[in-house]
Design a protein around this ligand. Structure first.
Ligand SMILES: Cc1cc2nc3c(=O)[nH]c(=O)nc-3n(C[C@H](O)[C@H](O)[C@H](O)COP(=O)(O)OP(=O)(O)OC[C@H]3O[C@@H](n4cnc5c(N)ncnc54)[C@H](O)[C@@H]3O)c2cc1C
Length: 1013
């Protein structure tokens, strides 16, 4: 099916964006909006005693205090913890972490401290003992000392359910509809079936069935014309586990048909259906799906198809234009729900991680507010084709939208038909007050989440964030300490008062690291144009010579060392700034040559696009970070304090010729990182790249020469490792060795160095590890599954940081394993030049055979739980280089004797009381590279961090992809000897310290002392 595509407009600055949004309100409209908005707040404040009892509670326990955060953490995790012991520990930890006394007498003490707590702890509206009012800390401590008692646990679970149920209308659609039939405030709803982000095909099927059942039921039980009836909202991420722009084909094959079916059903039942707005990098693909729904001729006469548009998104106006165009070209009425957007904080983080050129959303709240009003105006203008729905809990926004409505007429000269929307559990008092004060307030629909508590958590956390953030209207609305004039302000005036619209404390992703170095440029995989560009370079035909044809003979090694030694004085004599500039030039050149390296990495190393881009970025960052570090280390001498009449200077001087030996798994980043660290500090280099990946190394060497590295200072010799090592380690000019690879080779190098006569030389070695992730029952299964997939199977498991052993608390192991196996089913294993591939080949057929032997052996010791099918399309890579990802359950850590460097994950269950022993066992294997921890318990996190040998510990995230300068990387024990690569101490090891002491009184008296005033 051909669909109208949305093309994201070219990137501009936020200032340019806002200038382009012509002032959405006239001066008079602005003044009226302020007056009406303030009137609403004053009116609502006068009726504070009518506000829902949890409102005051949520306001008091917001995000600005420890207690609010403790409660949010409990709310996020408690209900999913299956075992009582862990639940009790979480309760005890979180309640002990707050200063509950400080809330006594704040807000309305009756509601906050007594009734609400009483309700939550006992399930009834009762007065609690006086002790709670006078000494909340003592009372809670007493409570938590008895935390093992089921009473407290049950009470807190109930409390969290009560907080949760404030935001859900029912556990099932039947329950929700019953409530809607009897509660007048819920008469007009848009039901949302909780659950987002399907991880497996089974999840997606379940969510789809739930939507179907809900549409049927809503259609049966409500009456009235379309916009006067309750409707449904759907999340596209619930309908397919691979819903993303990269998986466009799959989206067309699987998701679009499901979305079409849901729309057809809603049309047949005569109810509205709105597609919720999710992450910005899904915007383009969501519009493709929406366009397919809008283009469906079978539903053309149904005006109920709607789209949520996020005003914080800088493409919001373009999206509205696009929807209007869809409506025009298909000759059908559509609806738009205008929201500000619910994922602002996570979007900012994601854009920074991806090194995007611009944030896809506004960075100031007032910009979002202005964008909202500009979009509102556009919706009124298009109201002949689009039914506007304004979702907000902000009094000013309501007032301003009403002002716009008053000045607009449809083509027949009638007032525009539109509605407001609010979330269930929020904005009740505000809309009550608006209904009282404003005769022309239109209908108000309630977005009504439906589902069991377990599915509520992600939604609940977003609501608690919204209630707790001090930038948010609802947080300050009823707070008498904030004057009404500050709660309701004019966003256009705020923008006008700014010199730059961009937030001055949110640097652009490229400037994340301050003025000293630029962040590397990433790829926006949400944009089709970027995807096509990357796809194009991956498809480029590249024929590579065999690696062996590049090998040099052992005789060259000696010559290289001699030349490097001769080049040393000149190179070390250059100012550090000149050497650093060469690295920065290299970084820029690599950035410009990204596409060529991308193709090369895919072809020679079998890297997938995502992995190759990450590796190129890491290489650029090594160059920039070491350039900055070298300037700090060698750009000035440190003058040390001491007696008067003497000057003491500490400096760091280069050592001589370094031997750099790098592996094939990061043929660009590790190869370059080692070399540039040695070079920038003034050493010269003889490097041996991995046997299998000489082409990448030679291309980078050429780039370094072009950037200005003298040919004599850098000698790159592709050849067999053993032959190289034997000659290189005997060279008299050798001043140090930096190595990344196997523990066995590192030990060989260590012995060879020790066997040399003469100076004792430094060895920096980074080797492998049997890396574990420990997951307890407080962890969020969806997050665990995402992080396990990327940590264990990303880069086909060929990272030294990769996850090898997943340790699951027995109480929730089955749940996580079921989801993990389902998610593994969705992995695409095959041609690395295909953008949709998740797992490419391993480095050689013999490595694959070795891994297969390991899997067979482990299956005898444990139980094979899952293997993933290999796609028939392996591109130009022979099939015998593929190892299908494997999941093997073992009973004891002893079964795993060595690191298997590929997509093989072992899983082990543990009981809570066994955790200390598990940690001992992990230490006993002697490796210490990476450790993943997934827990909401700070105590567990501390215990594991203190007890592990691992050099890099990652909490509640994946455990790969250390960022240069941010997560210095390297292990201990059998996993290597520091200093950490990409860290502040790395360059020190490439230098020797030298101290210069000058008796400044020798040339006369102590002039400095004698001239003291
Ligand atoms: C009926 C309904 C349906 C909804 N559906 C969706 C949906 O499909 N998708 C979705 O994402 N959200 C959805 N939401 C949530 C909605 O985005 C938030 O409730 C909304 O942003 C809050 O806006 P407000 O006008 O009520 O409050 P306000 O307090 O006026 O605005 C808060 C909002 O401002 C924005 N903001 C805060 N700080 C900044 C900053 N520094 N820079 C830029 N912007 C900032 C954020 O969007 C934040 O949520 C829906 C809300 C409702 C009521």
């Amino acid at each position: 099916m051909s669909v109208m595509t949305f093309i994201s407009p070219a990137l501009r600055s936020e200032t340019q964006d806002l200038t382009a949004l012509s002032a959405p309100l006239s001066i008079a409209e602005r003044q009226a909006a302020l007056e009406i908005g303030r009137g609403l707040v004053k009116g609502a404040r006068a009726r504070a005693n009518e506000r829902p009892y949890l409102d005051a509670f949520l306001q008091e326990f917001g995000l600005s205090n420890q207690e609010g955060i403790a409660l949010m953490c409990l709310a996020e995790a408690l209900l999913r913890i299956p075992d009582d012991e862990t639940a009790d520990r979480l309760i005890a930890e979180k309640l002990a972490s707050g200063n509950w006394d400080s809330h006594s007498g704040r807000s309305d003490s009756l509601f906050v401290n007594a009734s609400t707590w009483g309700l939550m702890l006992t399930g009834r509206l009762v007065e609690l003992p006086d002790e709670l009012r006078s000494n909340a800390n003592g009372w809670l401590r007493h409570l938590t000392q008895r935390a093992s008692e089921p009473l407290v646990r049950q009470a807190l679970r109930r409390a969290m359910k009560i907080i949760g149920s404030e935001f859900v209308v029912g556990r099932s659609i039947e329950e929700a509809l019953q409530r809607s039939a009897t509660d007048a405030s819920l008469a007009l709803c848009s039901f949302d079936m909780l659950g987002e982000g399907a991880r497996t095909d089974e999840d997606a099927r379940r969510y789809y069935d739930a939507y179907v059942a809900a549409i049927e039921q809503i259609g049966r039980s409500v009456e009235g014309s379309l916009h006067q009836r309750s409707s449904i909202s759907i999340k596209l991420s619930a309908l397919d586990p691979r819903y993303s722009a990269i998986h466009r084909e799959r989206v067309h094959e699987r998701l679009i048909p499901r979305a079409l079916e849901l729309a057809r059903l809603a049309a047949a039942r005569g109810i509205g259906l709105t597609v919720d707005a999710e992450e910005q990098d899904r915007l383009e693909i969501s519009l493709e799906i929406f366009a397919a729904m809008a283009g469906d001729p079978t539903t053309r006469d149904w005006p109920g198809l709607g789209l949520a548009v996020q005003a914080y998104g800088r493409r919001a106006m373009a999206v509205i234009d696009h929807v209007a165009e869809l409506s025009r070209s298909h000759g059908r009425a559509l609806a738009v729900r205008l929201v500000k957007g619910a994922y602002w904080d996570s979007e900012i983080k994601r854009a920074q991680e991806r090194g995007l050129a611009e944030y896809p959303l506004y960075t100031r709240k007032c910009s979002t507010d202005v964008s909202y009003l500009a979009c509102a105006r556009a919706l009124f203008t298009a109201s002949d084709r689009i039914y506007p729905q304004f979702a907000t809990h902000n009094a000013h926004t309501i007032a301003a939208v009403l002002g716009l409505a008053r000045t607009h007429r449809d083509t027949a000269g009638r007032a525009v038909d539109f509605e407001f929307q609010r979330l269930h559990g929020m904005g009740t008092l505000l809309y009550d007050e608006a209904r009282r004060q404003l005769a022309d307030l239109p209908r108000v629909r309630v977005y009504a989440p439906v589902g069991p508590h377990a599915d509520l958590l992600a939604y609940l956390v977003r609501r608690l964030l919204e209630n707790g953030a001090n930038t948010s209207f609802v947080n300050r609305f009823m707070d008498e300490r904030v004057p009404v004039e500050q709660v309701v302000t004019d966003p256009i005036s705020e923008i006008e008062a700014l010199t730059t619209v961009e937030h001055d404390r949110i640097p652009l992703p490229s400037h994340l690291y301050g003025p000293s170095r630029l962040n590397s440029r990433g790829v926006d995989f949400g944009r089709r144009s970027s995807i096509e560009e990357i796809g194009q370079c991956l498809r480029s035909t590249l024929t590579l010579p065999s690696p062996e044809s590049r090998y040099v003979t052992a005789g060259v090694v000696e010559t290289a060392f001699r030349a490097a030694s001769l080049a040393f004085p000149e190179w070390r004599g250059r100012p550090v700034d000149a050497r650093a500039e060469i690295l920065e030039r290299a970084a820029n050149l690599l950035d410009q040559s990204r596409d060529a390296f991308l193709a090369l990495l895919a072809r020679e190393a079998g890297k997938t696009a995502g992995d190759a881009i990450a590796e190129i970025r890491e290489t650029i960052e090594f160059c920039r970070y070491y350039a900055t570090s070298a300037r700090e280390l060698q750009g000035r001498v440190s003058v040390l304090d001491g007696v008067t009449g003497e000057r003491n200077e500490l400096s760091h001087v280069p050592r001589g010729v370094w031997c750099c030996i790098s592996p094939w798994n990061f043929p660009l980043a590790i190869f370059t990182g080692q070399i540039v660290a040695a070079l920038v500090t003034g050493n010269t280099v003889v490097a041996k790249p991995a046997e299998t990946t000489p082409e990448v190394a030679l291309a980078m060497t050429d780039l370094l020469y072009r950037a200005g590295v003298p040919r004599d200072a850098l000698h790159v010799l592709p050849m067999v490792g053993k032959e190289f090592g034997e000659v290189a380690l005997r060279q008299p000019a050798l001043a140090g060795v930096v190595f990344t690879g196997s523990t066995r080779t590192a030990q060989w190098l260590n012995r060879a160095l020790a066997a040399r006569d003469g100076a004792i030389l430094p060895l920096i070695a980074e080797t492998g590890g049997i890396n574990a992730m420990i997951v307890d029952s407080t962890a969020l299964p969806e997050q665990v599954v995402d992080d396990v997939l990327s940590s264990a199977f990303g880069s086909a498991g060929q990272r030294c940081s990769a996850l090898r052993l997943l340790c699951l608390q027995a109480d929730n192991a089955d749940r996580i394993l079921e989801m993990l196996e389902g998610a593994m089913n969705t992995l695409a294993v095959g041609d690395p030049t295909d953008l949709t591939t998740d797992v490419g080949p391993v480095i050689t057929a013999s490595a694959a055979a070795d891994l297969e032997r390991h899997i067979a052996q482990m299956c005898q010791r444990g139980r094979l739980r899952k293997r993933v099918a290999i796609s028939p399309n392996t591109g130009s890579v022979p099939r015998d280089r593929f190892v299908s990802p494997a999941l093997i359950e073992i009973d004891s850590i002893d079964a795993l004797e060595r690191e298997a460097f590929g997509p093989v994950l072992h899983v082990l269950r543990y009981r809570t009381e066994e955790l200390p022993r598990l940690l001992d066992d992990l230490r006993a294997n002697g490796y210490g590279l990476t450790l993943g921890i997934q827990t909401r318990l700070d105590g567990t996190r501390r215990m594991l961090f203190e007890g592990t040998l691992a050099g890099n510990v990652y909490v509640n995230r994946n455990m790969i992809g250390a960022v240069v300068g941010v997560q210095p990387f390297g292990g201990t024990g059998l996993s290597g000897t520091g200093p950490k690569a990409g860290g502040p101490n790395y360059l020190h090891r490439f230098t020797t310290e030298r101290v210069l002491t000058i008796n400044t009184t020798a040339t006369g008296g102590n002039t400095a002392l004698l001239t003291l005033e």
